[in-house]
Ligand binder design. Structure first.
Ligand code: SAM
Length: 219
């Protein structure tokens, strides 16, 4: 079935303005900005809310979850330094928007979501838009051991601490980007794996994500 939405001049123009806004907010990686300029963010919204799709805001996607703010997506993606062919694990598929940005940058994406309804919806929608990552349903705080190691890991929900299992599933030279903190606020943390048991950790700006939830899945 063909995807029902069209990407017309109005949406393309709004997307271009969003890219300019992100550049002004100090997103510098031109490849990341180009990827944001390519992915039709309004496809992730109900048609009634298309006028919200290119505002730099997070937005509800159902099941108590949100599509991340474009600035946050650009910020996290920039920190990953994606190279074509990188094997990337995304934890928190949600709407699939972040995942599409990673695919546009040439990454081979493995994406995991713990909410069954979001997993099923996104698994259907993304391939219709031409994006074909590998989808998994499960608790991403444990990573995806059977498919690792990964060159890059991105966590798109706020974690209380850095899960040990994610560090184990990184290649040497690999990067983990994860918001770490309490339920209210988190610091963006990047971890570069420099040796089998050696890591370089940096703490950056403050964000507010929905929580990374471990344990049994939500139907
Ligand atoms: N990357 C998403 C996007 O582009 O729309 C944003 C996702 S939203 C901010 C965070 C997502 O993480 C939610 O869909 C939530 O259900 C999911 N999540 C929370 N804890 C999780 C876990 N332990 N494993 C996998 N997904 C999880």
């Amino acid at each position: 079935m063909a995807y029902k939405y069209v990407d017309n001049y109005r949406e393309q123009g709004a997307r271009k303005k969003l890219v300019d806004e992100l550049r002004k907010k100090d997103i510098q990686d031109e490849q990341v900005l180009q990827a944001i300029g390519k992915v039709p963010r309004h496809f992730f919204f109900d048609e009634t809310f298309w006028n919200q799709a290119y505002k730099d805001i997070a937005f509800p996607i159902g099941e108590g979850q949100t599509i991340s703010q474009p600035y946050t997506v650009a910020y996290q993606t920039e920190l990953l330094h994606i190279k074509k062919g990188d094997k990337v694990l995304e934890i928190g598929t949600g709407s699939g928007y972040q995942c599409c940005i990673l695919v546009e940058l040439g990454a081979k994406v493995y994406t995991i979501e713990r909410q069954q309804k979001l997993y099923e919806r996104t698994k259907q929608v993304l391939p219709r838009m031409g994006y074909k990552p590998k989808f998994f349903l499960g608790d991403g705080s444990k990573g995806l051991e059977a498919y690792g190691p990964f060159d890059k890991i991105i966590v798109t929900a706020g974690a209380p601490t850095v899960p040990e299992m994610l560090l184990k599933q990184l290649n040497i030279g690999g990067i983990l980007v994860i918001p770490v903190g309490n339920e209210e606020l988190q610091k963006m943390v990047t971890i570069l794996k420099t040796g089998e048991n050696n890591y370089e950790r940096h703490e950056l700006d403050t964000f507010r994500f929905v929580p990374l939830i471990g344990g049994p899945l939500t139907p």
